[in-house]
Design a protein around this ligand. Structure first.
Ligand code: NAI
Length: 389
């Protein structure tokens, strides 16, 4: 199968590696020649490292490298069965590239975008055959993260959807099909992990380290929210939150936090700038002060509050048919490494506990962000679970 990838930055290079490893013939295109050179050198380094670790041999490295051609014109995509675009996150530029691309490829070439925040329907509208357009959303780093969200636009044909699910599964990835709505699954459902943690901090309930520790120790999350925001970058994470908030017509559930905005404005971006919620040494390791005093009751309150807000978001995504229950849970365990799927977690904690905890928060604050999903309320009434036990 022939795959064309547009944009050889972080994501395009990773996707090229995935497709080439799966045996596809890949052409990787970029307008910037040095980005192509960088991509080739980065792949060579990654594969050499895999040889050192004993994961692949020299032959396999040569096979993967031999499957990728670096090209500097879109015309070279004439024989592509599938193209995936991973260029700058700008709708007008993407539309321009898509309409140019359509001139060179055949009528049945699938044209996909790796966008994380733009509507697939609007990108598809730039094509003469919009039925062939779809979102194929990888996570960074693409070769390591198991999840790929597949997002049909309202224009996309069913055949294209099924074809993509098959291709991505053949690339040994877990597919979650998501509705074309802001943040798709992961970037929508994960918002309270950051937002509610920031809110807890802003209320003066606990400091960063205590919140991180509560979620890691009681919840089993690999990284606490503040460590994770520092890792992602406060600029990047803030922008995603703000984009989702705006795209949801300012639903208060997604409202960004001033704390994070100020950190981003101050240049306290996290690991990459040497300072964020934590300070970092020259090796990118956090400089941890004295460990916070453990207060078990406080840790429990923090963990319960963030978890129930995450569960509410996952339940509401199911309520609004953004994805199936299985796909919502897979998305969070395989896209952001959550220790458990949130809906399975809801079953474990008990639907009644979820509803009561949300209602208690609502009672306390009278803010719309704490409104319980109608689905949870209905499930409590009817004594249901998300998954059969
Ligand atoms: P990047 O900045 O690393 O790479 C973008 C590449 O596209 C650059 O090499 C640039 O030279 C090239 N480019 C720009 N305009 C072009 C054009 N008109 N034609 C051809 N090449 C062009 O960006 P990154 O992070 O790889 O993101 C790419 C896309 O993937 C964006 O839509 C982003 O939202 C999405 N995405 C990013 C993730 C991330 O964690 N970085 C995760 C999932 C999706």
């Amino acid at each position: 199968m022939n795959v064309g990838i547009i944009g050889s930055g972080t994501m395009g290079s990773g996707i090229a590696q995935v497709a080439a490893t799966a045996g596809c013939k890949v052409k990787l295109y970029d307008t910037n020649k040095s980005a192509l050179d960088k991509s080739r050198a980065a792949l060579e380094k990654i594969l050499t490292r895999l040889i050192e670790k004993g994961r692949i041999d020299t032959l396999e490295k040569e096979r993967i490298e031999g499957n990728i051609a670096y090209v500097d014109q879109l015309k070279d995509f004439a024989d592509a069965n599938l193209t995936i675009e991973a260029i700058v996150e700008n709708l007008e530029i993407k539309k321009k590239v898509f309409s140019e691309l359509e001139r060179y490829v055949s009528n049945d070439t699938i044209i996909a975008s790796n966008t994380s925040s733009l509507s697939i329907a609007s990108i598809a509208s730039s094509l003469k055959i919009p039925e062939r357009c779809i979102g194929i959303h990888f996570f960074n780093p693409a070769p390591l993260m198991k999840l790929v969200e597949v997002i049909p636009a309202i224009q996309t044909s069913e055949a294209v959807v099924n074809n993509c699910i098959q291709i991505i599964s053949d690339w040994k990835k877990t597919v979650a099909v998501a509705k074309d709505t802001p943040g798709f699954i992961v970037n929508r459902v994960a918002r309270p992990f950051y937002g509610e943690s920031l809110r807890i901090y802003e209320e003066g309930i606990a400091d960063f380290a205590t919140i991180d520790r509560s979620l890691k120790e009681l919840g089993g999350f690999r990284m606490g929210p503040f460590e994770l925001m520092d890792f992602i970058g406060n600029d990047v994470n803030y922008t995603v939150t703000e984009t989702v908030f705006t795209a949801f017509y300012f639903d208060p559930r997604y409202r960004p936090a001033f704390t994070q905005k100020r950190y981003a404005e101050a240049g306290y971006l996290g690991r990459k700038s040497g300072k964020g919620y934590y300070n970092y040494d020259e090796n990118g390791k956090p400089i941890v002060d004295a460990p916070p005093q453990v207060n078990e009751a406080l840790s429990e309150t923090i963990y319960d509050r963030v978890l129930v807000m995450l569960i509410n978001e996952a339940a509401d995504a199911l309520f609004l048919n953004i994805a199936s229950a299985e796909d919502i849970d897979n998305a969070m365990t395989k896209g952001v490494n959550y220790p458990k799927g949130l809906l399975a977690w809801a079953d474990e904690k008990g639907i009644e506990w979820c509803v009561n905890s949300l209602d208690a928060l609502y009672e306390e604050y009278h803010e719309d962000r704490y409104r319980c999903s109608p689905l949870l309320r209905r499930m409590k009434r009817e004594n249901q679970q998300f998954f059969a036990s």
